[in-house]
Write a protein that binds this ligand. Sequence first.
Ligand SMILES: Nc1ncnc2c1ncn2[C@@H]1O[C@H](COP(=O)(O)OP(=O)(O)OP(=O)(O)O)[C@@H](O)[C@H]1O
Ligand SMILES: [Mg+2]
Length: 249
Amino acid sequence: MSLLEIRDLGKSFEGRPIIRDISLDLEEGETLALLGDSGVGKSTLFNVIAGFLRPDRGDILLDGRSILGQTGHFSYMLQKDLLLPHMKIVDNVSLPLRIRGIAKKEAREKANPYFREFGLEGTQTFYPAQLSGGMRQRAAFLRTYLAEGRIMLLDEPFSALDGVTKKDLITWYREAKDHFHLTTLFITHDIEEALLLADEILLLQGKPGTISRRFRPNLVKKEGMELEEDFFRQKTEIITCFQEGYSVK
Ligand SMILES: Nc1ncnc2c1ncn2[C@@H]1O[C@H](COP(=O)(O)OP(=O)(O)OP(=O)(O)O)[C@@H](O)[C@H]1O
Ligand SMILES: [Mg+2]
């Protein structure tokens, strides 16, 4: 039994099917990427998984039990999840604790020890505008982590960053996910990002969007792989999968 099992999910909006037949398994500690073009239904799928949208059909099991329509099981970072500009970083990241009814002082005390591990030491009293893009994103990761869900649901967590910052943050997340024993389901439309981070990549294609291929990256080492032959071969393989997928539909 996997930690998360998704079975035959389908969702329509006003009679228009958006996603269909979505099934996936996520094991504890695993990182899974959902890779697909804009509009294929990635965020819709996340909103169904998080319990914000009711699917037309299918089921979602956590530890073998259905959690359909329930919220609170996941640490969900929404697409373009911004820090609140008027709030200090420590208060921004401890928001999930405040939402659970924890007092401000206690929430700050609980968040504080994580600042060093998230590379944010000394920024507690800063405002978001005083941080670099990479630091802001790490603060958003910390806020998501402090929601204490069983699984991190990250909707395009790196897409707002420039190339170098993005690479650094992917490297950082790879270490963080081992250190904090994170189980992660993330959305991207960047093949390289998916290859560098994921244990398994699911390609979403078509209208309605469905999983067209499943791909297990097979890189000996992920550090600096962008320059390696192995990396290019697998990137090309995924691009080919996309092209074939389109020609079928
Ligand atoms: N609440 C809604 N009501 C009606 N249609 C919606 C709603 N939410 C999303 N859609 C439609 O569903 C489709 C999929 O949207 P979704 O946001 O899931 O795509 P996405 O894959 O996340 O795209 P992107 O990569 O651009 O974020 C789009 O055509 C969108 O217009
Ligand atoms: Mg989206």
